[in-house]
Design a protein around this ligand. Structure first.
Ligand SMILES: [Zn+2]
Length: 251
């Protein structure tokens, strides 16, 4: 027998099946018996198993469900979602302290724990609503981490290059990693925290160099290369991992 979640409603007149995030949900009116639903699931089991298998084969982007993968500092982490008194997000072992700043990427099965507070979580019975909450908690976490690490790296690289921005802002962007305007204000996408440190450094150096050249001229790229000799590797990493670097809205 396949496992499923049952949601009953007064208004519903028919049975409905849904497969999302690797879970089966059945919506049913109150008067339908569970044995009837079990038989219904049994009859539909071939279709349900195909649907579940299809969803398993799409691991590339994170759907914010249990056991899906998300990159953090270039490392794929597995989401471990659970309820407790207080909401929290943390990585098993302290990854940030352990990461060798210039090390190459090592795959691991470390967990990114997302704790939803019971007060909120108990109301979110549907997988979709829960995935949305997980995404929200992770956005806050990535932003906080970015505000520490990106600012720290920026201060270091700014001293090295003597290129000094007027202000720095960490924010959400749809389709860019950073920006620089003619007032010398830099902004960075907090989802950059998904990339390894050498890629983060490249994006910071790229924007710092725009303080000197507000274009992508030959001179601009020469300056980028001066402070970031491996910038081609960083650009390549960004293009290879592009599909994982966007956060889709759970649907
Ligand atoms: Zn640019």
């Amino acid at each position: 027998m396949l496992e499923y979640q049952l949601i009953r409603s007064k208004r519903r007149k028919t049975l409905a099946l849904q497969v999302r995030h690797g879970h089966v949900t059945v919506r049913a009116p109150y008067y339908v018996t569970t044995s009837f639903i079990d038989t219904f699931i049994q009859e539909k089991s071939a279709w349900l198993l195909t649907k579940l298998a299809e969803q398993k084969d799409k691991p590339d982007f994170c759907d914010f469900s249990q056991n899906s993968n998300l990159l953090f500092l270039g490392e794929p982490l597995t989401l471990n979602i659970y309820l407790a008194k207080k909401s929290n997000v943390f990585i098993d072992n302290s990854l940030v302290n352990e990461v060798d700043l210039f090390s190459t990427y090592k795959p691991s099965l470390r967990q990114l724990n997302v704790v939803i507070s019971e007060r909120v979580g108990l109301r979110l019975t549907e997988p979709l609503a829960r995935a949305k909450q997980v995404k929200k908690l992770l956005e806050t976490y990535f932003k906080q981490q970015a505000e520490q690490l990106i600012i720290e790296r920026l201060e270091f690289l700014s001293r090295q290059t003597s290129l000094i921005p007027t202000t720095v802002n960490i924010r959400q962007y749809r389709a860019r990693w950073g920006s620089c305007n003619n007032r010398g204000e830099l902004s960075f996408n907090y989802l950059l925290m998904m990339a390894p440190i050498f890629v983060i450094d490249y994006v910071i150096i790229h924007e710092l160099c725009h303080l000197e050249y507000l274009n992508h001229s030959k001179e601009f790229w020469q300056l980028v290369e001066k402070y970031c000799p491996n910038f081609q590797t960083a650009k390549k990493w960004l293009s290879i991992n592009q599909s994982q670097l966007h956060w889709q809205n759970p649907s």
